[in-house]
Design a binder for this molecule. Sequence first.
Ligand code: ZN
Length: 167
Amino acid sequence: MVNYAWTCSCCGEKYDTLPFDWSMAAPDDYNAVPEAEREVRTLISRNFCTVDGQAFVRGVIEIPVTDFDGTLRFGLWVSVSEASERTILQVWDDPDCSRHGPFFGWLRSRLGPYPDTLNLKASLRLRDDIAPAIDLKPTDHPLAVDQRRGISVTRVAEIAEKLMSHR
Ligand SMILES: [Zn+2]
């Protein structure tokens, strides 16, 4: 939460903080598995998930906020190859894990305020001591454009309205 006064345009509610950090607890592939089958077909922890043997890693898409001191962060999931999965698990706890990779991944989280984000091409970049970064390939997709160019704090508030499901 960042101190910033704003009024929700849908309900008129006034806030004095604005969330800059969002995170999805699981990839969409996991959410799609019926609850009764999850024990058999899936494994999940804070940063790793497998569904029917396919591995997913949680990373962070960081979007610079151009007219305010802050960075908007979306914790989202990418699918990675078996070879990448092996390396990532092996080096995850190394203090210099950032020496490895980056690793190719497909984005496997939908993000409501944006047009369909499933299967955007991404690069997962391990960082020492903090969650990996997700760098989207430089396409024309609005999320990829926002990551490259940054967004205004007004737009951060619009995104918050949508993610808080006020509409
Ligand atoms: Zn509202």
